[in-house]
Design a protein around this ligand. Structure first.
Ligand code: GLV
Length: 378
């Protein structure tokens, strides 16, 4: 554990411990994966101003996201099939986030259910909603999140239909896994994962199976989303979802200034500048490329968050400098989870915290909330 110094180290270990189809599910983007790559690469083009001889004592990374105190402005992003990276993955990641003091967001497409996560956490977590054609199911899902005392609903706007990810098709991705020779081989070469999975009942999409009409086992994520996700979703739907939910609402998947201005008018509490980790529209710009113009366009009318490509504490700080009040990590915590379970998620958060703290100091700042455009060389 001591030689794990970066998120890339966790990724290497996860690759060795997680069956290929699930590792690849996390490590994939749409079509050519150009947007997936750009999310990471565009961060490298941004440079900090190094400052010297300023008081660097008493530094703090504390901030708020949608009014909630956070130990650092880095939430765990909603990620599908997290419980396939590691048995009971969502429950473990939620506990790690809670202990660390950052928000955990549970995906609709999770393996562990809302109720599973609520049963092992003490503080409220956030719930991400996909809108399905079956409106009764959606209403029920919102009510279940309320009953579990989730403190924010994260409504995803950019996945009315699923982008094409070649790796998933080639791997024949499914949950629970199928038992073809290829899949048996992928699992047999990861014995620790198999033993863990044999010890849990949580191996399918537990928010959905048994709750949505006519859904037994969800073998194929892509065919299921094609059948079930609502391609008619429009800005009008945001109003009834907001009304039914009645709590803090975050709109995820904004990548265009005009959409950001529309989102601000809905009365939601925050937007997430996001291209879904490069998994939807390949050829779209990276999140960090469009962040500043979106933050400038909406000004103070709505809180701005971002995700996509964050692999270090430095990336978090760059996003804050360019106008984000909060950020999300998806793959970094999944790699931690796949590598070392709950301890790996904590490790991912610790790596990011340390990188943020040292960078903050070397930029001559003591408070993370003081990072702004002035700290970047431009
Ligand atoms: C689901 O949200 C996915 O991106 O696979």
């Amino acid at each position: 554990m001591s030689m794990i110094l970066t998120i890339a180290d966790l990724k290497d270990l996860a690759r060795r411990r997680v069956p290929k189809m699930f590792f690849d599910y996390a490590d994939s983007g749409g079509w050519t994966e150009s947007t997936y790559r750009a999310n990471e690469e565009d961060f490298q083009k941004i440079k900090f101003r190094q400052r010297v001889l300023v008081d660097m004592s008493n530094r703090s990374l504390e901030s708020t996201m949608i009014g909630e105190k956070v130990a650092m402005p880095v939430a765990l992003a909603p990620t599908g099939m997290t419980g396939m990276q590691h048995p009971d993955g969502e429950m473990l990641a939620a506990q790690a986030a809670e202990e660390f003091g950052v928000p955990f967001t549970l995906s609709t497409m999770s393996i562990c259910s809302i109720e599973d996560v609520a049963s092992v956490t003490k503080k409220p977590f956030w719930f991400q909603l996909y809108v399905l054609r079956d409106k009764d199911f959606v209403l029920n899902l919102i009510d279940r999140a309320k009953a579990a005392k989730c403190s924010a609903l994260v409504l995803t706007l950019d996945l009315q239909i699923l982008g094409q990810r070649h790796k998933d098709i080639r791997n024949g991705l499914s949950a629970p896994p199928r038992f073809t020779p290829k899949h048996i081989w992928q699992m047999a070469t990861r014995p620790g994962w198999c033993i863990g999975m044999a010890g849990t009942q949580r191996r399918t999409f537990r928010n959905i199976v048994g709750h949505a009409k006519g859904v037994g086992d969800l073998t194929s994520l892509s065919s299921w989303t094609t059948e079930q996700f609502d391609p008619h979703l429009s800005w009008k739907d945001v109003a009834w979802i907001k009304e039914r939910w009645g709590g803090k609402l975050i709109l995820k998947g904004i990548l265009d200034k005009e959409d950001a201005l529309m989102a601000a008018k809905t009365g939601a509490d925050a937007i997430i500048v996001s291209n879904h980790g490069g998994r939807q529209l390949d050829g779209a710009p990276s999140s960090i490329e469009v962040l500043e113009e979106i933050a400038d366009a909406v000004g103070d009318t709505i809180e701005v968050h971002m995700d996509g490509g964050i692999r270090s504490g430095q990336d978090v700080l760059k996003a804050l400098c360019l106008g984000a009040k909060g950020t999300y990590i998806g793959r970094p915590f999944l790699y931690g989870l796949g590598a070392l379970g709950k301890d790996g998620v904590t490790k991912a958060l610790e790596i990011i915290r340390k990188e943020m703290d040292i960078t903050l100091a070397l930029c001559g700042k003591r408070l993370v909330t003081d990072m702004g455009k002035d700290q970047l060389r431009r």
